[in-house]
Design a protein around this ligand. Structure first.
Ligand code: EPZ
Length: 416
């Protein structure tokens, strides 16, 4: 079993370059399958979820070459509409194969997706969308079977603003006959990224990034080259780590506009922020104000930064309240932070966080962002050695984490 060892107490200092966005990449890879020729994806992050997706594509019969930060996907030899093996269970984003294969072949059989299981994560809105486009959907023996004689555009109102459902419906609708309108669509930058790739492949999508997306179905999608947007959640994690360790870090190669909700909250705490064209410099201060944070759908404060932010708020004077309105119970990091001395109470979907002196301890990452919150806690601890197990979760979303943190002056290493 691998663990991360952190000996904290050192302010992070220097520059960190952020890689491509995981949550874009895991949608763009299945999107590429819908082309009739090669798609080149640049700025691809090197992560466990990405290598898992590569294996899934190869099992489906596609040819994939992944080197450095470029993935070349040739879908012309794709043979199967069925993917039910263990890889799909490891990866939440395998659900995008439903929309991609349904759009391409009118049919898909996909094992129920796995991934970070911080709470039950339904896919009813994805299915509602496929059915509205004319597909029949059955759940048989742990797999979803989806089939349509002809996908036909429709007006679809999402009952909950869902990032995944918006993308999945957009994929299927790109090849439907006629026009699809998705109302109450999610607005995340990753959704715009997928629409940008689809449009470069020949799709006709307007309004991505707003609450109403309009898709005119087309008969074919061709290969192209696309560069993935920077990972705003990785960027936010390093910004929070810089503030928590009272450091001075330039988080580079990002789109500062994507970070606005976090930047506003850090400034409210008293963190010094300098926004540049493609970077944000975060300068920590000796003490911080307590604040309230509400995790909401984009452009609100990202739920994926809720757990790292919990750790930072243990360093603020007084009492802060952090409420997650996206996921009811994404709080598995809290018992582990309490093990490290954090004074946190859970009240319904809110964490009430008091200023705390964190201590080193043996803790366990139970999902990706919970893992990030524990790494930041370890960096904040003044003495002793924090041991974090569950490293496999952290590897799903943070590439080169250990080297990046070392480059910023942290004492972090892996042990088996
Ligand atoms: C995406 O998950 C991200 N995953 C998550 O990132 C992120 O936390 C989440 O969006 C919210 O931003 C990927 O992009 C692969 P949702 P997704 O559908 O699409 C409810 C990370 O750490 N809902 O927007 O699965 C759902 O229960 C991960 O990188 C339904 O009720 O999330 C939740 O309360 C974890 N029915 C809310 O909507 C549905 O059919 C938002 O979920 C779908 C969702």
């Amino acid at each position: 079993m691998e663990k991360l060892i952190v000996t904290g107490g050192k302010p992070l200092k220097g520059t960190i370059r952020i890689s491509g966005a995981k949550n874009s990449a895991v949608a763009l890879i299945p999107t590429a399958l819908m082309a009739d020729s090669t798609v080149v994806l640049d700025n691809m992050p090197v992560l466990r979820d990405i290598t898992t997706y590569k294996s899934i594509l190869e099992d489906l019969g596609a040819r994939v070459n992944f080197s450095e930060d470029q993935m070349v996907i040739d879908p012309s030899s794709l043979q199967s509409i069925e993917m039910i093996d263990d890889n799909v269970k490891q990866l939440r984003a395998s659900y995008y194969l439903m929309g991609a294969l349904l759009g391409k072949f009118g049919e898909a059989v996909i094992g129920l997706p796995g991934g970070c299981d911080f709470e039950p994560r339904p896919i009813d809105q994805h299915i509602k969308g496929f059915e509205a486009l004319g597909a029949e959907v059955r759940n048989e023996h742990g797999s979803i079977h989806i089939k349509a004689k002809q996908l036909v555009g429709n007006k679809i109102y999402l009952d909950v603003v869902s990032h995944g459902a918006t993308i999945n419906i957009m994929l299927a609708a790109a090849r439907a006959k006629g026009t699809t309108i998705i109302e109450n669509a999610a607005k995340e930058p990753e959704i715009i990224d997928v629409a940008t790739l689809l449009n470069a492949m020949g799709a006709k999508i307007k309004g991505a990034g707003t609450g109403t997306i309009r898709i005119e179905g087309v008969e074919e999608l061709k290969g192209c080259r696309h560069s993935i947007i920077p990972d705003r959640i990785q960027a936010g994690t390093y910004m929070i780590a810089a503030a928590a360790t009272k450091g001075d870090v330039l988080v580079d190669n990002i789109i500062p506009k994507h970070m606005e909700a976090l930047t506003a909250k850090l400034e409210e705490m008293g963190v010094e922020i300098h926004e540049l064209d493609e970077g944000i410099r975060v300068i920590g201060k000796p003490s911080y104000n307590s604040i309230d944070v509400k995790a909401l759908v984009y452009p609100g404060f990202a739920t994926d930064l809720q757990s790292p932010m919990t750790t930072l708020l243990t360093q603020a004077n007084g009492v802060s309240v952090l409420t997650d309105y996206v996921f009811n119970s994404r709080f598995k990091h809290i018992p582990e932070l309490i093990r490290m001395g954090a004074k946190i109470k859970l009240e319904d979907r809110s964490a009430v966080i008091e200023q705390s002196d964190l201590q080193s301890a043996k803790v366990k990452a139970t999902d990706l962002r919970a893992g990030a919150s524990l790494v930041i806690a370890g960096l904040t601890v003044k003495t002793g050695r924090t041991e974090i197990t569950g490293v496999e979760y952290i590897d799903r979303g943070y590439d080169n984490l250990v080297d990046n943190l070392k480059q910023l002056g942290a004492d972090v290493w892996r042990e088996s």
